[in-house]
Design a protein around this ligand. Structure first.
Ligand SMILES: [Zn+2]
Length: 378
């Protein structure tokens, strides 16, 4: 038995008159969400800013010292809040973990450096220099610290030793715990050297948390895809956008209706691209690309696999199709957000025309002569 007094109803993309009718019929009061539940399109400039701030901060503070965990957590929280646009006191429902975001594009992340591993990677450089006794650095240290019998693998820290030395030994021990013994650690360090230079990003790649590579990762290597389109494509293909079905699965009882077609439940599968509205935009884009055939009722990932070069499509045609597909995903998600948050609706024809202009500008910068000659007739 449902208590009317204790039950509220939440709406997503439902017109005001319909909300009123539902209220009259059910007797439930309407509630506003305690969080901004229906996601926004992510801005690639934010990624760039986070990376450059972290890079500056890391290189300044982290090349000699290990940041305390509490500081790492605080910086990560600031980055997360900025990235997701979270406002103080307002919770935001997020379906992608930070460590997954801090992974390369090919693993479904957004190429942000993970702070703790980058910090350790920077200190690894000192560990390598000491293990090589570069410029007599190890001899000098053992003399200063009066530990002439020790090696970099056996040296211990005393209370009066500097914090930076303490950090090096902590990273050494953490590496020993990670890979086993000093031979294996030395291998990790030596394999991070290129032309006599220690490359931080190489050792970072060994320290960071790995995620499985996306089966369709090659798609992301096409430079013709706009960065903001690439972000939306990754999120949609991994089904981490805040669609109503995902929010409902967390226990929020939403009226689930796709705001683009107003005729079906909203899910990734529906939005990309079973929705009649989305199909209309897609048809226009496929026509623009000169593609025909049956394209309906395929999930997004199937599209990505089916279109990869090994299935017979020429590389420059792939670049066109993937940049268009990523643009389509971005456009549909943006249109759906605009409808919900701003009440602004556009016709499929207008969305397709706008997307074509955006793509024309991007593609005109392509180095590929086939793409440029294709553009002449557009
Ligand atoms: Zn729909």
């Amino acid at each position: 038995m449902v208590s009317i007094a204790k039950t509220s109803i939440y709406y997503g993309g439902v017109a005001e008159d319909v909300r009123k009718q539902i209220g009259v019929l059910t007797g439930y009061s309407e509630e506003q969400f305690p969080f901004r539940y229906l996601g926004v399109t992510l801005n690639p400039e934010k990624l760039q800013l986070i990376n450059s701030i972290l890079f500056g901060l890391e290189n300044y503070w982290c090349s000699d010292l290990l940041l305390p965990k509490v500081v790492v957590n605080l910086i990560n929280k600031l980055c997360k809040d900025y990235f997701w646009g979270t406002q103080p006191g307002k919770h935001k429902m997020i379906f992608q973990r930070w460590h997954s975001i801090c992974s390369p594009w090919q693993e479904g992340g957004f190429n942000i450096n993970e702070l703790l591993s980058w910090n350790k990677a920077l200190i690894c450089k000192w560990l390598w220099l000491l293990s090589q006794n570069r410029d007599g650095i190890w001899d000098k240290l053992t003399k200063d610290y009066n530990m002439l019998d020790a090696s970099i693998w056996t040296a211990q820290c005393k209370p009066h030793h500097a914090e930076s030395w303490r950090a090096i030994l902590k990273v050494r021990d953490s590496l020993l715990g990670l890979v086993g013994d000093q031979v294996a650690v030395q291998d990790v360090l030596d394999s991070s050297v290129l032309k006599g230079r220690f490359v931080i990003s190489k050792v970072y790649d060994k320290l960071r948390q790995k995620h499985s590579k996306l089966g369709w990762a090659r798609v992301l290597s096409y430079p013709e895809i706009l960065p903001k389109h690439k972000i939306s494509l990754i999120q949609a293909a991994q089904q981490v956008l805040s669609t109503v079905d995902k929010i409902s699965a967390r226990g929020y009882h939403l009226v689930n209706r796709c705001c683009l077609c107003e005729g079906a439940l909203e899910s990734h599968r529906h939005l990309f691209f079973r929705c009649p509205f989305s199909q209309a935009v897609r048809r226009l884009m496929l026509h623009w690309l000169g593609l025909t055939g049956s394209w309906s009722a395929l999930a997004l990932k199937n599209w990505l696999y089916r279109l990869l070069p090994q299935h017979g499509m020429l590389s420059w045609r792939c670049a066109l199709v993937f940049s268009c597909l990523a643009g389509l995903v971005f456009t549909l998600w943006e249109e759906r957000n605009n409808l919900i948050f701003l009440g602004r609706a556009k016709k499929p024809e207008l969305l397709a025309t706008e997307l074509q202009w955006v793509l024309k500008i991007r593609l005109s910068a392509s180095n590929n002569p086939h793409i440029r000659s294709w553009l002449v007739n557009k």
